[in-house]
Design a binder for this molecule. Structure first.
Ligand code: GDP
Length: 297
């Protein structure tokens, strides 16, 4: 289960505080030491942990909290609020184009869940906005990728624009955009190529596609199971592409939690959706307060 270790360790720290009638400054310091270790073990970015602990400590050590009737309870609330803040406080909705179509360009490393997420997003938009999205297959390096997008498109009932693997992805995107305009599609979802790691050629291609398609959203899919590596990937893509948001996938697995807690602070970009399974309906809007509740257990 996701966050299991983190939840358990945070709860341990809190129950120690609750067992004390009166909480002293040194009790708070002990608890913060435990929380710091719990976060580091959950693979949260070092700087994020440092700032988090500092903020909580400053708010907790003060006569208002320590002299209150329920100090432990208040400290739990401070931790909760800080978790919410670290993850961006509010859910951030999808950017919309003033005129159709709204263009969503997907990016991400191979295996992160990009193609699956394109299908999930199409379904989400169909159900929530009665949208008619067109999916563009611009990953020409893996022949199976086009087929996979077609399978995904078929399962959610969304058309897929493809030109096989012999056409340059830039040209595919150009023609796909023209098709969307002709068909009055209100959304265009572009599935781009992934790689095992960030490389210059891929980034150039993605930058070119960005220039051609003028996306309203560049959503990066990252795999929550990869922890800090997911954060590094997000930072790398953001530096080169100026992404608008992140889809954090595989939160149904037993991820330790680091990516969910670090991405916003490290990249400045919001997590907009989370993937919680392989099925097409396993996509949810990311709400920082709900995620904090889940982490605290
Ligand atoms: P891409 O290479 O980035 O396009 O990745 P795919 O969409 O092909 O996904 C790679 C694998 O991850 C597939 O087996 C997907 O079914 C799986 N996957 C994608 N998103 C999720 C998720 O949220 N949870 C789980 N458990 N698996 C996922």
């Amino acid at each position: 289960m996701a966050f299991e270790g983190l939840t358990e360790r945070l709860q341990n720290a809190f129950s120690k505080l609750r067992r004390k009638g009166k909480v002293s400054e040194s009790d708070v310091r002990d608890a913060m030491r435990e929380i710091r270790l719990a976060l580091l073990e959950a693979d949260v970015n070092f700087k994020v942990v440092k700032d988090f602990v500092k903020e909580v400590r400053e708010k907790a050590i003060g006569s208002e909290v320590l002299d209150s009737l329920t100090p432990a309870q208040q400290i739990v609330k401070i931790v909760n609020d800080e978790l919410v803040k670290t993850m961006g406080a509010e859910a951030v909705p999808l950017n919309k184009a003033p005129h159709i179509p709204t263009v969503i360009m997907m990016a991400g490393l191979q295996g992160a869940g990009k193609t699956t997420t394109v299908g999930k997003l199409a379904k989400y938009l169909q159900e929530n906005e009665h949208a008619r999205p067109l999916l563009i297959a611009a990953d020409v390096y893996r022949p199976a990728a086009i087929k996979q997008l077609q399978v995904v498109g078929e399962s959610v009932g969304a058309p897929v624009f493809e030109m096989g693997t012999d056409t340059d992805p830039r040209e595919i995107v150009r023609q796909g955009m023209a098709q969307a305009a002709a068909n009055h599609n209100d959304y265009v979802l572009i599935d781009t190529a992934g790689r095992l790691q960030i490389d210059a050629k891929l980034m150039q291609e993605l930058q070119d596609i960005k220039e051609i398609a003028h996306p309203n959203e560049i959503l990066l899919t990252v795999d929550a199971m990869t922890g800090q590596a997911a954060v590094d990937v997000a930072q790398g893509f953001n530096e080169q592409l100026d992404i608008t948001g992140v889809v954090l996938t595989k939160l149904d697995g037993d991820t330790r939690g680091g990516a969910a807690l670090s991405i916003r602070s490290v990249t400045g970009k919001p997590i907009k959706f989370i993937g919680q399974g392989e099925k097409m309906d396993a996509l949810d809007v990311f709400y920082p307060d709900r995620m904090a509740n889940r982490i605290l257990g």
